[in-house]
Write a protein that binds this ligand. Structure first.
Ligand SMILES: Cc1cc2nc3c(=O)[nH]c(=O)nc-3n(C[C@H](O)[C@H](O)[C@H](O)COP(=O)(O)OP(=O)(O)OC[C@H]3O[C@@H](n4cnc5c(N)ncnc54)[C@H](O)[C@@H]3O)c2cc1C
Length: 386
């Protein structure tokens, strides 16, 4: 009988937890190293929005399998996938966003996405949101949201049941020849392969081991506001803000900040300007307009607000696959890491344990960059369907 492969996974976020479970399910002996708390990195700070409304075939394939798996998992433990349409809109006067939206919906339809193009009246007839400022909107039906913390908790349980060994509390460093991890510079057990799923910290881990990757962190913010909202998830491309239903009312967030955060000294609390702007956006979009043109709706207040880190790459595709013999990375999600994690875990596990066969798109190959590229961060939620 073959000896099972021994695999180390670094990072117990949505991606590392899913990958560790999928490796263990396929027969590997897996050790998962997490320096803080499982699910306590970017995963615990994510909004949990999920959709399949992509315009590129590689993204479509990943999103399809991720959405199917979210639905299969829904109801296990405390994890629930809430079916909720995703509305993306351009406001009156923003012709450029409307044109981009129209073009991207056409491309999504080429890939059989259940997406329609609607005007303000049709949107108002269907959803309890303010639409009098809407020029054009896309409505994606195959969408929803889930609590990323509940997903992480579920996968901790699933990993434990599948025999994954957890090493929590140690920040590890990486060795690549042969593949291994070290705690306080002392090598741990021998591994056949190492998967680096350390979120935005993956860049430093790999660079220190001589394999720089093209990954930049950026800070994004979100809050939960108490108000009565039973509408869809909405991305306002003109305002570059989003909101989705939440048990307490609404979860709202913004996009990219122009300044690259210092990974050792970034602010995990939300800025005052963000809280004010996000509450304005919530008040605006959740107010239903009466026939006289007046907008009605109680002023929401913020229950809690926070910031988190996302990872960007030069071409907005993630970095998933081998960087050296037996050393793999999975990072650079542009704000899509939670919604893609169910599909990435499976594909990565197959790539690690397979004989060169992989269903990871070539476009995600981390070796397509040298790792020292200069690039500007482009935010994840955009209208071009990527
Ligand atoms: C405000 C906000 C909203 C977002 N909304 C969404 C959304 O709606 N939908 C969506 O899909 N995505 C969203 N995202 C993005 C999402 O959070 C990330 O893409 C996703 O969580 C990435 O998961 P991960 O497992 O790669 O990383 P993480 O969850 O960051 O996990 C990495 C783990 O590695 C650990 N680690 C780091 N270095 C070491 C080391 N040296 N040794 C051991 N462990 C280490 C960290 O402690 C951490 O737990 C959002 C992000 C933010 C900040």
């Amino acid at each position: 009988m073959d000896t099972p492969a021994r695999v180390a996974v670094v990072g117990a976020g949505a991606v590392g937890l899913t990958t560790a479970f999928d490796l263990a399910e396929r027969g590997a002996r897996v050790t998962l190293f997490e320096r803080d708390t499982p699910g306590g990195g970017s995963t615990g700070r994510a909004a949990g929005i999920c959709y399949d409304a992509y315009a590129e075939d590689i993204d479509v394939a990943v999103a399809d399998s991720a959405m199917a798996r979210f639905r299969r998992l829904s109801g296990e433990g405390e994890f629930v996938f809430h079916e909720t349409p995703y509305v993306f809109l351009a406001r009156e006067g923003d012709d450029a966003a409307a044109a981009a939206l129209e073009e991207s919906v056409e491309r999504m339809r080429v890939h059989d996405r259940a997406v329609s193009l609607v005007g303000a009246d049709e949107l108002a007839a269907r959803f309890p949101i303010r639409t009098d400022d809407v020029l054009l909107a896309g409505v994606a039906e195959n969408a929803g949201w889930a609590d990323p913390a509940a997903y992480a908790d579920l996968f901790v349980e699933k990993c434990e049941s599948a025999g994954v060994e957890f090493r929590v509390g140690d920040a590890v460093s990486l060795r690549t020849d042969p593949p291994g991890v070290a705690v306080d510079d002392v090598l741990t057990a021998r591994f056949d392969a190492v998967v680096v799923a350390a979120g935005v910290h993956s860049r430093r881990l790999l660079a220190e081991a001589g394999h720089p990757i093209a990954l930049k962190p950026y800070r994004a913010q979100a809050l939960v506001a108490d108000c009565d909202y039973r509408g869809p998830t909405v991305y306002d491309a003109t305002d570059e803000s989003y909101l989705r239903p939440h048990p307490a009312g609404v979860l709202a967030g913004d996009g990219v900040e122009p300044v690259e955060p210092d990974l050792d000294d970034w602010d995990p609390t939300a800025d005052d300007w963000f809280v004010a702007d996000a509450l304005d956006a919530v008040r605006h979009r959740t107010a239903v307009v009466d026939p006289s043109g007046a907008a009605a709706g109680a002023a929401p207040t913020a229950d809690r607000a926070w910031a988190g880190l996302c990872g960007a790459t030069p071409d907005r595709n993630p970095l998933v696959g081998p960087v050296a013999e037996g050393v793999f990375v999975a990072a650079g999600w542009h704000g899509h890491g939670f919604m893609w994690s169910p599909a990435i875990g499976e594909r990565l596990a197959e790539a690690v344990l397979g004989d060169g066969q992989t269903s990871i798109p070539d476009a995600f190959d981390p070796r397509r960059f040298d790792g020292d590229e200069e690039f500007a961060v482009v935010e994840g939620m955009t209208l071009d369907g990527e």
